[in-house]
Design a protein around this ligand. Structure first.
Ligand code: ADP
Length: 537
């Protein structure tokens, strides 16, 4: 019995144990499941978080974009006073305002003359490093209280506060100024007018110029007669012209003629030739070109007072009138031209000053400058024809030039032969001399030959090349003197070099170089070397 009960108890105990083990096992499995659930939940959570962050970031980005799009523009203003903490006095396009300074703008950045940004609510919200361009004035003197006395573009006096960092202040220096704010902002490095203004006593004589005798006579009548015989002009009540415009293709003697005029006027007593290159006169600062024009004429007046004749020569004069696409502001039109006109008008009272302008683009010259009393004599210089070319070549292949004479020929005749050879080579209308085919807007085509592009400069170069070839030959132990071969070789070399030209200019410019006007050229085809050129955009 005991043993039976014991056995029963044992079985029961075993059952119980088994049941507990099962329960423990189950519990453990549940725990493991729960753990894994927790892990995957955490992972999911992390993922969600990540997505959320991404969404938020892109929202912030969008918001910023939207803000930028919707942001009202900021205005540039010049600080001219700092009345107290958190406040600034600024000039905004001429309006004077006292504005609040946003707290995040660094106090120490606030200085007089500094360019600030104003938001829509006219609060100063930022500072700008590169200030927009301002007007230019000339410093006259530094006043006792530290303010500056300066002259504006039309010589009016300005009293200005000096921005810190203006550097050394020298009377005569140029300053950028905000006139309304009354602040001198910065000193500007400037081109010294002296650099633009080449004063020379030219050594070109009329006899150095080949051909162009009609033009020379015209300019002498216009300039020299009244200069030499003022009493006759007065007696006849004839006003002397004030200026001359020389126009025509480049390298055809405009500068030479102007220099020869100066030289001839100064025969005996000397003369001044102020050689001004138009493009170099243009300055990006408002008012600076006008100032330079003023200085040039001041200088001319000063020289004229000594009683010596002064020629003010504006080379590439068209550049002063050309505004479109030149990157130069339209101030040129509105202020530079009037300044030049008023200076030319002012020349009237001067007896010894004459203005000569030169241009390849007379079509770009403002008609106002050609009115009577200004540059009222217009003289056209064409490309040389055969006769002109012969005369120009003769100026360079002189009687002194060593020639390769054969026994039979005489020096003078041989020289003529050389000149003839060059003229024949350049002016022949042969297939070999075809240079370029132009297509006009109307569809008409025209073949231009080398002869259509010959200039005085080119002829001078040809002779120089021929002489150089002769010298090289002498050095190499060959025979002395310039030969026909040298001349013909020089022509070929010079033409080949000019062949490069069409690649670097657009058809409009090319038309100008060729001196042909009227119809627009839409297409160019080089015939020597057969290079194709696109039409101008
Ligand atoms: P531009 O018409 O462009 O002012 P230039 O007068 O400066 O031309 O001429 C450039 C050079 O070409 C001169 O220095 C000179 O050597 C030569 N030249 C041009 N035309 C003539 C000419 N008619 N007679 C002699 N040389 C000339």
């Amino acid at each position: 019995m005991d043993s039976e009960r014991l056995a029963a108890e044992l079985t029961e105990a075993r059952r119980l144990l088994e049941a507990r083990a099962r329960a423990a096992d189950l519990a453990e499995r549940r725990l493991a499941d729960a753990r894994s659930d927790a892990r995957s939940l955490a992972q999911q959570n992390e993922k969600l978080n990540h997505t959320l962050r991404e969404v938020r970031d892109s929202l912030v980005g969008l918001r910023a974009e939207l803000d930028n799009l919707a942001r009202p523009p900021h205005s540039f203003a010049t600080i001219f006073g700092l009345p107290g903490p958190g406040l600034a006095d600024v000039s905004l396009s001429g309006r004077l305002l006292r504005v609040a300074v946003a707290p995040d703008v660094a106090e120490d950045g606030l200085t007089i003359g500094r360019t600030a940004l104003l938001n829509e609510a006219m609060m100063l919200v930022g500072l700008v490093e590169d200030a927009p361009q301002h007007e230019v004035a000339t410093l006259r003197e530094v006043l006792a209280d530290g303010r500056l006395l300066a002259a504006g573009s039309s010589d009016e006096e300005l009293v200005l506060l000096a921005a810190p960092g203006l550097g050394e202040l020298r009377p005569g220096m140029s300053l950028t100024v905000d006139r309304r704010a009354g602040v001198a902002l910065a000193g500007i490095p400037r081109t010294d007018v002296g650099d633009l203004l080449l004063d020379e006593v030219p050594d070109v004589a009329y006899t150095d110029i080949g051909g162009l005798s009609a033009q020379i006579e015209q300019i002498r009548d216009a300039v020299e007669l009244p200069f030499r015989h003022p009493e006759l002009f007065q007696r006849y009540g004839l006003r002397a012209p004030k200026g001359v415009l020389l126009y025509g293709p480049p390298g055809c003697g405009k500068t030479m003629i102007a220099k020869a005029v100066a030289n001839s006027l100064g025969a005996g007593g000397g003369s001044h030739f102020l050689n001004i290159k138009g493009p170099e006169l243009l300055n990006k600062y408002v008012g600076e070109t006008e100032r330079q024009i003023r200085v040039i004429f001041d200088r001319a007046r000063q020289f004229a007072r000594d009683g010596r004749p002064v020629i003010v020569f504006f080379d590439e004069m068209d550049s002063l009138f050309r505004t479109r696409g030149s990157g130069v502001s339209s101030d040129v039109e509105s202020t530079v031209v009037p300044q030049l006109l008023s200076e030319i008008d002012g020349v009237e009272s001067l007896t010894n000053v004459m203005v000569i302008g030169a241009t390849n683009r007379e079509d770009l010259i403002d008609p106002a400058i050609l009115r009577p009393g200004r540059l009222d004599v217009k003289i056209k210089l064409d490309r040389p024809d055969e006769v002109g070319a012969t005369q120009i070549l003769a100026r360079y292949l002189t009687v002194d030039t060593p020639l390769r004479l054969d026994d039979a020929s005489e020096a003078a005749a041989f020289r003529e032969q050389l000149i003839d050879a060059a003229v024949q080579t350049l002016y022949a209308v042969t297939e070999e001399n075809q240079f370029i085919e132009v297509t006009y807007l109307s569809g008409d085509k025209e073949v231009l030959h080398v002869r259509d592009f010959v200039s005085g400069a080119m002829l001078a170069n040809i002779v120089a090349r021929a002489k150089q070839a002769a010298i090289k030959q002498v050095l190499a132990g060959g025979a002395d003197g310039v030969s026909v071969e040298h001349v013909i070789g020089a022509c070929a070399a010079e033409v080949a070099e000019n062949e490069e030209l069409p690649n670097t200019t657009n058809p409009d410019d090319w038309a100008r170089v060729s001196g042909r006007k009227g119809e627009r050229i839409v297409f160019l085809r080089t015939l020597r070397g057969a290079r194709q050129l696109a039409p101008a955009p």
